[in-house]
Design a protein around this ligand. Structure first.
Ligand code: HEC
Length: 193
């Protein structure tokens, strides 16, 4: 084995050792943070935005940790509905993408309308949290003015989603889900590295 190969092998072993040592702890920490964020956001659902609680949450956590609520429940996100796995996909981001593509049928709306309204509630809270995370300075395309526009779109989409879900308005729900989902995609397109 020549020296380059040896270094390569030991290097990989060393890197793997570090990976094995660091990753579980980092993962646990992230999961704990996600749990804390989920609990705090859940507590706010259905109430008018509590500016103080939102400011505290926004200050304590990175946007990355906060936006994690939108992930699949089994990846540490909030999920959709009260019971794990009862509604699929069991993640807000994924569910929104489905809702904007295909109009929900009557039975689905009757059964899951409340869970869909909660998607709007959670997104509304996240819009307020995102507002608190508005970047201070303009960097190239990343203009705080744009950020605020996306936050406003997220807020409007969330409100429309709540209204449509509560009225069992299938057309309105599809439209609101698109509006909301567009806000996610447009903001990520510019601000998410
Ligand atoms: C105003 C801008 C903005 C809006 C609107 C927005 N996001 Fe984000 N989102 C971000 C940024 C910026 C990040 C990356 C944060 C980082 O890595 O520090 C992010 C990260 C994420 C992540 C990754 C979290 C993780 O676990 O790493 C998810 C999931 C996500 N957003 C979902 C959504 C969904 C769903 C919506 C709409 C309902 C949405 N976002 C709306 C700016 C936004």
């Amino acid at each position: 084995m020549n020296i380059v190969k040896k270094v390569g092998v030991f290097g990989s072993l060393f890197a793997f050792g570090l990976f094995a040592m660091v990753t579980p702890e980092a993962k646990t920490a992230f999961f704990e943070d996600a749990k804390e964020v989920n609990a705090a956001v859940s507590k706010m659902v259905g109430k008018s935005p509590d500016a103080k609680a939102i400011a505290e949450l926004a200050k304590k956590h990175s946007l990355d940790e906060l936006m994690h609520v939108f992930k699949f429940r089994n990846k540490g996100g909030l999920g959709v509905g009260e019971t794990a796995g009862a509604i699929t996909p069991d993640g807000i981001e994924a569910k929104l993408q489905g809702l904007q593509k295909k109009e929900a049928d009557k039975a689905d709306l009757a059964k899951n309308g409340k869970a869909y309204a909660t998607i709007g509630e959670v997104s509304l809270i996240l819009a307020e949290i995102s507002e608190a995370h508005t970047p201070k300075d303009k960097k190239g395309e990343k203009d705080p003015k744009k950020w605020k526009e996306f936050v406003e779109k997220m807020r409007m989409g969330s409100k429309d989603l709540i209204t449509a879900s509560n009225k069992s308005d299938a057309k309105g729900l599809k439209k609101a889900a698109k509006e909301l989902n567009d806000s996610c995609i447009e903001c990520h397109g510019i601000f998410r590295d």
